[in-house]
Design a protein around this ligand. Structure first.
Ligand code: ATP
Ligand code: MG
Length: 429
């Protein structure tokens, strides 16, 4: 083991080449899927002013209270934070560059997020999200479209153990009303509240409903329901979302306890949950955030979005191992002898010109040891050039996986021959 003081920060993972192959396949699949709904890529910095997250996510949330990597820039005293999520940065960027000026925007981003949590399976301090945001859309069709999109992605990935929970949080006025009722209710039972709940009683009583403390569940079950405060517009909005889901045969469960851990949500909220990952079962979560854009200083503008946890999704893919990734390498080029060595580099470049992925053996090594390396490389073919072959302008083509006989071929025909036989597609099924 290397020097412990020089290892990665706890909860922040290296993704090694073997595993990174699955990441690449996943990222390709996701990009195709986003393209098919007209979402466009946006890339924001990993670091933002701390005030942005406090304002957007809310002071009395798990993230802002205890999970942010915030620091003072020792060079100029700025208060900065490693982004714990992407929506705040995305809204900031959209406003800063006036993207909503004449058209609504469908946007996505992907990359690392940082939260100081207790590392465990499915919960890391640096983790990755794919974030999807639609800004400037007020009607329920976009909420429904985003949920349908997710359902399509699960099908594309071949995931079966994923279920949808939805809820509506209503609008500001109803939430205010509900909040007052909640405070009055919980205040009656102050001695039954745990530490978190006591702290949140006046600052964020809605979050008490999200408590996982078993001792609080009975009290929570009998608390005033937001459903009873909803105004007609919000109810109709929710009905419209549900009716599109029904039309498309997307099953859902209404979970009135679903409140989400960030303050900015209103109306539709949803989570996709699996039972295959233990406690960290939420792989995708989101909803509407109609108030956020104004709160960050923009003109009032409705919006809806969601984020997927990439690590959780990938461990789900690994739990249902249907992904067969084809080798990322086509050819390992083995060569021995003075003439062959001189020719091999040129041949490798020619094969690459024809679109093939080629590793040229570099350094010393006899024929046998080169063939071992060829096998270990994962390439589908070895191309072998000895002085015999070199003299006649030929090469030996040896399939390394599956069937097929080795054969001696003219070098000029090699690329075409390999291209015909190659299996380049990533497969899942
Ligand atoms: P949780 O309840 O599991 O803490 P959350 O509500 O804090 O999740 P969101 O802020 O909604 O999570 O983030 C969206 C998704 O990102 C989550 O559904 C999850 O898949 C993933 N995610 C969140 N925090 C982590 C983490 N620390 N490590 C890995 N993935 C995470
Ligand atoms: Mg969390």
């Amino acid at each position: 083991m290397s020097n412990p003081s020089l290892q990665a920060v706890r909860g922040m993972n290296d993704i090694l080449p073997d595993e990174a192959q699955l990441w690449l396949w996943f990222e390709d699949t996701v990009r195709e899927w986003l393209d098919s709904y007209g979402y466009r890529n946006i890339r924001m910095p990993l670091v933002e002013p701390t005030a942005l997250f406090k304002r957007a996510i809310g002071e009395v949330t798990d993230i802002v209270e205890k999970e942010m990597y915030s620091f003072e820039d020792s060079l100029n005293g700025d208060h900065l934070t490693l982004r714990p999520e992407g929506t705040a940065s995305c809204v900031r960027a959209v406003l800063q560059h006036n993207l909503l000026y004449n058209a609504p925007q469908r946007l996505y981003y992907s990359g690392p997020m940082f939260r100081h949590e207790r590392p465990q399976k499915g919960r890391y301090r640096q983790f990755h999200q794919i974030g999807v945001e639609a800004m400037g859309f007020a009607s329920p069709d976009i909420d429904a479209e985003q949920i349908l999109m997710c359902a399509r992605l699960w099908r594309k990935l071949g995931l079966t153990d994923v279920t949808l929970q939805i809820n509506t949080l209503g609008d500001a006025a109803a939430r205010k009303q509900h909040r007052e009722k909640l405070i009055a209710y919980f205040a009656q039972y102050e001695d039954l509240l745990d530490e978190d709940a006591t702290r949140r009683l006046h600052s964020n009583p809605l979050r008490i409903l999200d408590s996982k403390n078993p001792q609080m569940q009975e009290l929570i079950a009998a608390a005033p329901k937001l459903m009873d405060e909803l105004h007609e517009d919000a109810i109709l909005h929710f009905e419209a979302v549900k009716s599109v889901l029904k039309q498309h045969g997307v099953a859902y469960e209404i979970n009135p306890r679903l409140v989400r851990g960030l303050d900015y949500y209103n109306r539709t909220v949803f989570e996709w949950v699996t039972t295959s990952l233990g406690a960290q079962g939420t792989i995708c979560a989101g909803g509407r955030y109609d108030g956020l854009i104004e709160q960050i200083g923009g003109k009032p503008s409705a919006a809806c979005g969601f984020a997927m946890g990439v690590e959780r999704l990938l461990s789900l893919l690994q739990a249902e191992p249907k992904v067969v990734l084809a080798s990322p390498l086509d050819v390992y080029l083995v060569h021995q002898g003075e003439l062959a060595d001189a020719m091999a580099g040129v041949l490798a470049e020619q094969l690459r010109d024809a679109g093939l992925r080629v590793v040229l053996h570099c350094g010393d090594g006899g024929f046998k040891s080169q063939m071992k390396k060829a096998d270990a490389s994962g390439a589908q073919f070895a191309v072998i050039v000895g002085d015999d072959e070199a003299q006649t302008g030929q090469a030996t083509l040896k399939p390394l996986r599956g069937e097929g006989e080795q054969a001696r071929i003219a070098q000029i025909e090699l690329a075409q021959m390999i291209n015909k036989q190659i299996n380049r597609a990533f497969q899942r099924g």
